[in-house]
Design a protein around this ligand. Structure first.
Ligand code: EPZ
Length: 423
């Protein structure tokens, strides 16, 4: 098990290329199973979650080739013959549950493990299951597995409203409906760019989907899909994370390249308010702090609102703001395991229900801290980079799930991060 040793404080100066998005690549990988010819996904990040999903997909008899040096994934589902996803793999990554929609769509049947627990509270999949039942799919639960089947080649479909709106349920229901449902309408559907890329890609494969990105998605059955070559989106959460990391040190000067700023939703509006100079030029974002950071409170919302996947990073930034601010998470009510760890670094913040109050500005000092999940762990790295002295960030395997070569990228612009074995 690896840890990071970080020496701080260090400004970040230089250019950082943005990698492909984890949360956009995973649905594309599942979608490839709906065709009977190969699909190529470019800009696929080299992440633990991608490797895990490759193995989940291989269990079905599908061939997967990952040309890592080119970030290119080739998925050939022509020999798919085993519509199952086992607990031992699904428990490692929740998004493996997309196999349910993909296998219903491809094979008309599926046996998929329910996802296990999560670091921060219950993350149910009830909407996924209720949505499939509303579509006319037979759903039963046996020994921790979802068993799905259809009576006929085509199901009626109908309409289903997601409450709350759910990225995962929207994706799963679209995957299950494209080749099965005469007509299926998803109301209060997620509008995330990951959902839009999935629907656009499926339409290029021959599907009939309308309304992606609008909140109401209508899917009409088609008989056949064909494999294609598609480019994944750049990672909007990595983009937001690195914008925040750059803003945390007054002498930083960073340019992010290969971005899609239009995917950041309302995040740039909050970022503007902190008073750090930044410019968006096409696919490049430059951040050059010029003095203090204003305290700016945020509340997380579904897209295009402030993403919950950036709230931990924002709270960390606010430890360097001149004054008090709050961070409220309206999507996950207890995604705050980073708070006691930031306190160990000398931050002054406290949690009450789903709100953190941060009393900036704090002088942080290096010490040992524990990663607990993907976004919490990157926040500790960002705090350690502005803390005085040496910090140990334990269990960085959490980071490897969602940030491609993070320490390499940060060291290239002046950070001092060493990866070493934790023992
Ligand atoms: C996706 O998770 C992302 N994961 C998450 O990012 C992200 O935090 C989340 O969307 C919200 O933006 C991937 O894309 C792989 P949801 P997902 O279903 O699909 C409730 C990261 O850090 N809900 O939109 O699991 C749920 O409890 C990860 O990269 C139900 O009640 O999220 C939550 O409160 C972490 N029943 C809300 O909806 C359901 O059946 C939104 O969850 C499904 C969800």
């Amino acid at each position: 098990m690896d840890k990071f040793i970080i020496e701080g404080p260090t400004p970040l100066k230089g250019v950082i290329p943005i990698s492909g998005s984890k949360n956009a690549a995973l649905p594309l990988m599942a979608a490839s199973l709906l065709a009977e010819t190969p699909t190529t996904i470019n800009l696929t990040p080299r992440l633990k979650d991608i490797y895990t999903f490759n193995n989940v997909i291989r269990v079905t008899g599908t061939e997967v080739e990952f040309k890592e040096d080119q970030n290119q994934l080739v998925i050939d589902p022509s020999k798919l013959n085993f519509p199952e996803a086992p607990y031992d793999l699904v428990r490692r990554m929740r998004a493996s549950f997309y196999m349910l929609g993909a296998l219903i769509g491809r094979a008309g049947e599926a046996k998929v493990s329910l996802p296990g627990g999560c670091a921060w509270g219950p993350r149910p999949v009830d909407l996924h299951l209720k949505g499939f039942e509303a579509m006319g799919i037979n759903i039963s639960l046996e020994e921790g597995y979802v068993i799905a089947s259809v009576d006929n080649e085509t199901v009626e479909g109908g309409e289903f409203t997601l409450e709350p709106s759910s990225v995962g349920a929207t994706i799963n229901l679209v995957l299950g409906a494209v080749k099965k449902a005469k007509k299926f309408v998803i109301k209060n559907a997620a509008k995330e760019p990951d959902v839009v890329l999935l629907c656009n890609t499926l339409n290029k494969m021959g599907a009939n989907i309308k309304g992606a990105g609008t909140g109401t998605i209508t899917v009409k059955k088609v008989d056949k899909l064909h494999g294609i070559e598609v480019s994944n989106d750049p990672d909007r959460i990595e983009t937001g994370t690195l914008m925040i990391a750059a803003a945390m040190h007054p002498e930083s000067d960073v340019t992010l390249t290969g971005c899609k700023p239009e995917h950041l939703g309302t995040f740039p509006d909050s970022f503007k308010k902190i008073g750090v100079h930044f410019e968006i030029n096409g696919s490049e974002i430059s951040i050059t702090p010029n003095g203090g950071i204003n305290p700016v409170s945020i509340e997380t919302e579904i897209y295009p609102g402030f993403p919950t996947d950036l709230q931990a990073q924002w709270a960390t930034l606010m430890t360097q703001a001149e004054g008090t601010s709050t961070v409220t998470d309206n999507i996950y009510y207890d995604r705050f395991s980073y708070v006691p760890e930031l306190r160990r670094l000398g931050a002054d913040l406290s949690v009450d229900k789903n709100k953190v109050t941060i009393n900036g500005k704090n002088q942080l000092s290096g010490t040992s801290v524990m990663s607990t999940d993907l976004r919490a762990s990157v926040s500790l790295v960002m705090a350690a980079m502005v803390a005085k002295g040496k910090s140990d960030i334990l269990r960085v395997y959490h980071l490897d799930r969602g940030y491609e070569q993070l320490e390499k990228k940060l060291n290239a612009v002046g950070a001092s991060i060493t990866r070493t074995n934790q023992e």
